[in-house]
Design a binder for this molecule. Structure first.
Ligand SMILES: Nc1ncnc2c1ncn2[C@@H]1O[C@H](COP(=O)(O)OP(=O)(O)OP(=O)(O)O)[C@@H](O)[C@H]1O
Ligand SMILES: [Mg+2]
Length: 369
């Protein structure tokens, strides 16, 4: 499906063109080197190609989303933002890195960053709109596509914001740590929020509530941040659900009353999946272990060496296209609980699908087209 109307046929052509290129992943070391020796001209020349490539790669995937989701007003809003931003960066395609152009470029980047600041909330709203239009029942194949797509959309967004923020760095402001402060802040904020809620729900009526312990260790390969709480944990059967967008045991947030869905990002069930994307963005990870009845340990893994911490980026190609077209076959294993009809994706998955999913997970970053 063409996402954009005929009047935007030129945009569609440019999308086809730029989506043929794979994004170029950068390492933390490259980001730091740039921070220390910031050369706006070099950065401009890199970004005026790299930004359209990253935008086009993800915009092509928007076109592959299920029609039912594309029709939701909030999703339309998000795709319109992408079109606008794509157009804006293309305006610099053939302009020289002169001082006035560099200044205009910087202004455009800030405009783009601000325009996209509510993408996560707005997409979340779009998913809620879809659920509501279906009385809460979304087909498993649509749910699979949504989960796959949101991981890629948000990862692409993290990377684009990283590039924009880095371009605007001030040379007189040296970087002292080897990680992105705002990313660390986001992950820790979400983990604290989860642990604090769990502890208060589990021990809230007591005078003394057990503390949340944070352990930070730097090893040869990894830096680990472990957050341990005694919030009662979660059953093992629910662990697979935790990293799904839309999965939350918190009360559903209120619906926005205005056209602009400026609802706060709480209770959507986005805390863990987005935090894991931040960790994976530089080839780290985020995992959660739980002892039901006692508490949970959430661990953030980061790469200790900044030159090993390369960006992990979604690439639009045949593998990703195939994912959106995949159907969900009926299960060919018996259910664990007798008579219980389970619809969750993982429990319905047969071994072929599991292998396919493992292959997919492993194929992020490889171009098979
Ligand atoms: N430390 C924890 N202890 C117990 N349950 C947890 C813990 N962390 C997460 N969970 C469970 O996992 C679910 C999903 O967590 P996640 O952070 O993704 O979303 P949320 O907290 O529900 O909403 P949001 O983070 O978007 O405000 C939570 O609703 C909660 O049931
Ligand atoms: Mg949370």
């Amino acid at each position: 499906m063409k996402l954009f109307p005929v009047r935007l046929s030129n945009i569609n052509k440019m999308l086809d063109f730029y989506s043929q290129f794979n994004p170029s992943p950068l390492s933390i070391k490259q980001f730091i080197d740039f921070g220390l020796n910031a050369c706006p001209r070099k950065s401009y020349v890199f970004l005026r190609k790299e930004l359209p490539v990253r935008l086009a790669n993800i915009m092509k995937e928007i076109t592959l989303l299920p029609e039912s989701l594309l029709r939701m007003p909030s999703v339309g809003l998000v795709s319109a933002w992408y079109v606008k931003s794509f157009e804006e960066v293309l305006a610099f395609e053939k302009t020289d890195p002169t001082e006035p152009n560099l200044e205009k470029f910087c202004k455009s980047l800030i405009q783009i960053r601000d325009r996209h600041s509510d993408v996560v909330q707005t997409m979340a709203q779009g998913i809620l709109e879809l659920k509501e239009s279906r009385n809460g029942a979304v087909e498993p194949s649509t749910e699979l596509s949504i989960q796959y797509f949101l991981d890629r959309l948000y990862m692409s967004r993290i990377s684009i914001r990283m590039l924009i923020n880095q371009h605007k760095i001030d040379k007189g402001n040296p970087i002292k740590i080897v990680y992105v402060p705002s990313h660390l802040y986001h992950m820790l904020f979400e983990l604290f929020k989860n642990s604090m809620r769990a502890v208060m729900e589990h021990h809230g009526t007591e005078n003394d509530v057990p503390p949340i312990k944070v352990t930070i260790v730097k090893g040869k390969e990894d830096i680990c941040v472990k957050m341990s709480d005694q919030g009662g944990g979660i059953p093992r059967s629910q662990v697979d659900q935790l990293f799904k967008y839309m999965y939350s045991t918190a009360p559903q947030p209120p619906k926005s009353k205005t056209d602009l869905p400026l609802v706060p990002l709480a209770g959507y069930g986005y805390g863990l999946p987005i935090s894991r994307l931040y960790a994976r963005y530089f080839h780290g990870d985020l995992v959660l272990f739980s002892c039901e009845g006692y508490g949970s340990d959430a661990i953030i893994y980061l790469k200790a060496f900044s030159d090993e911490a390369n960006e992990l980026l979604p690439i639009f190609n045949k593998t990703s296209t195939r994912f959106y077209k995949a159907t969900v076959p009926t299960g060919d294993w018996s259910n664990q609980v007798k008579g219980k009809k389970t619809k969750p994706i993982n429990s319905d998955m047969n071994s072929k699908q599991m292998n396919a999913q493992t292959r997919r997970a492993g194929s992020v970053g490889t171009n098979t087209s």
